[in-house]
Design a protein around this ligand. Sequence first.
Ligand code: ZN
Length: 128
Amino acid sequence: MLGKILLSLTLTSLVSCLAGFLFPDKFWISFSLAFILQVLFFYFFNSIYENNLVEKAQRLKLEELKEQNKQIANLQCPCDEKTRQDIALRFDEDVIYKCGKCGKNLKAIVNVKTIQTTEPIYFDDRPR
Ligand SMILES: [Zn+2]
C-alpha cells in the first residue's frame, strides 16, 4: 500500500518535472500546476471507474437474484404442521432441506412431466 503510494507520487512528480522543464523560467509554477492537474484527473478517473464497477456488481447481483427466483418453489412439509417454505429447486442434484417447524430433513423431488397442449379452435386464425 505504502509502496504503491510512493510509486504514484514518484511518477506524478516525474511527469510534473517534465512539465516544469518545458517552462524552465517558471519551473515550480509549471511543476505545481501539472501536479495538481494530475491529482484531479486521477481522482475523477478513479471515482468514475469505481462507480462503474459498483453499478456492474449491483446489476450482476440483481441478475443472480432473478435467476434464483425462477427456481424457488413454495413447498409443504408432509408433517402435521403443514408448514410451507420457499425452497430453491435444482435439477442436477437432490435438494434436502430442514422443516422450520418439526426440524425433520425433507427431500424435494423435481418431477418433470410432458403433456400435449390442446389448441382451441378459436385461436386458429391468430397470427403466427
Ligand atoms: Zn415439518
